[in-house]
Structure formats: structure tokens, C-alpha cells
Write a protein that binds this ligand. Structure first.
Ligand SMILES: Nc1nc2c(c(=O)[nH]1)N[C@H]1C(S)=C(S)[C@@H](COP(=O)(O)O)O[C@H]1N2
Ligand SMILES: [Mo]
Length: 330
């Protein structure tokens, strides 16, 4: 009997007797049979653990694209978070409000996957995610990432600039904001049963934020397709904002002239607003934002204004502080 199902990334080789292992080994065998792709993946991780990860990546039709070249213009002064932590300590409320949703998130069906572009655009589109990903210039960037709950990580994301999607969408001149929406599938997402949440998960940005050089549409993590629990097959990363703005598993981009009200804003506007820019001096109503706890080491370090990206983004908010005040930072 299986006493405790460990996720495969923290499965020690000595635990090679439980069901998870046999399931993985079958997947690995299948993936190996499927073709030469896998060889690179096995080499990356090594051993059983690597085999499990590689098998998972090999099930993704974009696995052949990774790893992509790193853009050295985006590196940071912090050590990388352990991959195991980044893929096992998650926020993805569609699968529950605990951090340990990774196993449950494996139910997410990421193919076929269609991304809809609508609203104030020259022509509405429905894009197949594989065609979209393959049409984009993929690169790897190491970013700091800061959750509003005051934990932080530093990881290599792969993806393409949000600006490239905006270009493809051909927005009309009246478009001022982009509203994004996550898949809401009751069959595979048990979190949707928590009916007091305003599903589907949505987020919003201004056109200026979307086209800022830092805004990245993410398709990969640690040199492989992005895991389901981290928002496969397509999620946003806005490294200067609190993590809840970085919406996962996106199915729709709507260009609009009205400021979107996001999932969290609708739920608790006083705590999670539209702007949500990182600022050590503006506390969350219920806790301090002065410091953050790094995943993996547990070290507490000072929070940085705009999460350390002021040089790239401060101009977006110039002169707004007088009008918007602390709402720029929460
Ligand atoms: N659809 C969706 N996107 C989401 C969330 C969520 O619950 N659902 N959580 C957000 C929050 S609060 C954070 S901190 C990050 C976490 O991303 P990670 O699990 O890849 O670290 O995803 C964000 N995107
Ligand atoms: Mo978060």
C-alpha cells in the first residue's frame, strides 16, 4: 500500500518501490519508445528523478524547443531557487488554496489548447497554442519573483515578450488595457467548487505594462516546458508586481478601454488592487512587506522597490503617486 504519495521531483531513489515510481517508469518507457527527444532530457536530470521529469516533458508537444538560449540582459544578483521548490510550492487556486497543489494540477489538460484574442482588435483570433509558441522568439530570462505573501524565488523562465503577442493582436487605438483569463474547467479543477471565489481567474494590465520589455509570456521553466502547476501551457510573468498579477494557464486576452477588475480585486479590493507594484514601504493591510523569505534557503532579505526593476518600469508610473497614492503598491 502506498502510505504517502511523494511528488516525483522529491522522490528519493531509495523509494523506488511505490506506485508513483512504477507509474513514472511506465511513462518513461513510453516516452523512450516515442523517440529520440528524450535523450537530452534524461541527461539533464540524470537518474530516476531526471527520467521522471524528462518523461513528463516528453509528453509535451513543445518539448523539442527546450532549452532555449538565455538572454543575459536579464540576470540577477541572487542564487537560483531549487527547481524542486519552484515546482512544488505553488499558488494555483483552481486546484485548491494550499501550496501543495502540484499533484492535483496534473489533471489539467493542456492540449488541445486555444488562446482567444478579442475585444478592441482589428480582427478577433483563436490561436492554437502550439502554433502560437512556435511562431514566437523564445528566450530564457532569470527573474526575481515576489508573492504578495512575502515569499520570493529566483527562477529561469522561458517565453516570449508580451509585446510580441500585442503586435500579433493588432489592437485598435482605443485599446487601453488587456484583460486576461485562465481556463475554468470544473471537471479538472476542484478549486472551482469554492463558489465564493469569482471564477474564472482574471487579471489586467495597461497597454504600457504589457509592452514593457520585462513583461514575459512564459512557456517554459528550468529549460523545459512549464509544468502544469506553474501555469502551463502559457502564463504571464510581471516581475515588478506581486505574483498574483502573473496569471496562469491563459485562454483569453481581451483588449478593452475599461480597466479590468481582477479576481483578487473583486474578492478583496483593499488588499489586492489593480496596480500591485512591489514596494517595501507600503505594507499589506495585514502584514509588513519590508522583507521577503527566499524559497529554498528560508533567508529573509529586504524587499526592493518594483522588486528591483525600477530602472525598467518606474517611468510607467511617473506622476501617478499623487493621484493613486499607496494603491500603486498593493
Ligand atoms: N490562474 C491562476 N493564476 C495564478 C494564481 C492562481 O491561483 N490562479 N496564483 C497567483 C499567485 S498568488 C502567485 S504568487 C503565482 C504563483 O506562481 P508559481 O506557482 O509558478 O510560483 O501565480 C499567480 N497566478
Ligand atoms: Mo501570490
Amino acid at each position: 500500500m502506498l502510505i504517502r504519495i511523494k511528488r516525483d521531483w522529491d522522490l528519493p531513489e531509495s523509494a523506488a518501490t511505490d506506485e508513483t515510481f512504477f507509474r513514472q517508469r511506465r511513462q518513461l518507457a513510453k516516452a523512450l519508445a516515442a523517440g529520440p527527444l528524450l535523450a537530452a532530457g534524461v541527461g539533464l536530470g540524470g537518474g530516476l528523478l531526471g527520467g521522471g521529469r524528462a518523461a513528463r516533458a516528453a509528453g509535451d508537444p513543445t518539448a523539442d524547443l527546450y532549452p532555449v538560449g538565455r538572454n543575459e540582459a536579464f540576470t540577477v544578483d541572487r542564487p537560483l531557487t531549487d527547481e524542486g521548490d519552484a515546482v512544488s510550492y505553488n499558488n494555483f487556486y483552481e486546484f485548491g488554496s494550499q501550496k501543495t497543489i502540484a499533484e492535483k494540477a496534473q489533471a489539467l489538460e493542456i492540449r488541445p489548447w486555444t488562446v482567444k484574442i478579442d475585444g478592441l482588435v482589428e480582427e478577433e483570433m483563436e490561436l492554437d497554442v502550439d502554433q502560437l509558441i512556435r511562431s514566437m522568439p523564445l528566450e530564457e530570462r532569470v527573474y526575481r519573483f515576489r508573492c504578495v505573501e512575502a515569499w520570493a524565488m529566483t527562477v529561469p523562465w522561458s517565453g516570449f515578450p508580451f509585446a510580441k503577442l500585442v503586435e500579433k493582436a493588432r489592437p485598435l487605438s482605443g485599446a487601453k488595457y488587456i484583460r486576461m483569463q485562465t481556463l475554468a474547467d470544473e471537471e479538472t479543477m476542484p478549486g472551482l467548487r469554492a463558489h465564493w471565489y469569482p471564477w474564472p481567474y482574471t487579471e489586467g494590465v495597461t497597454m504600457g505594462e504589457a509592452t514593457n520589455e520585462l513583461a514575459l509570456l512564459v512557456t517554459g521553466l528550468y529549460g523545459r516546458p512549464v509544468p502544469k502547476q506553474n501555469g502551463a501551457p502559457l502564463r504571464l510573468i510581471l516581475p515588478w508586481k506581486y505574483g498574483f498579477k502573473s496569471i496562469k494557464s491563459i485562454v483569453r486576452f481581451t483588449f478593452t478601454d475599461e480597466r479590468p477588475v481582477s479576481f483578487w480585486e473583486e474578492l478583496q479590493a483593499s488588499e489586492y488592487g489593480f496596480w500591485a507594484n512591489v514596494n517595501p514601504r507600503v505594507d499589506h493591510p495585514r502584514w509588513s512587506q519590508a522583507q521577503e523569505r527566499l524559497l529554498s534557503t528560508g533567508e529573509k532579505v529586504p524587499t526592493q522597490l518594483y522588486n528591483g526593476y525600477a530602472e525598467q518600469v518606474a517611468h510607467l508610473y511617473k506622476g501617478m503617486e499623487a493621484e493613486v497614492g499607496d494603491r500603486l503598491f498593493r
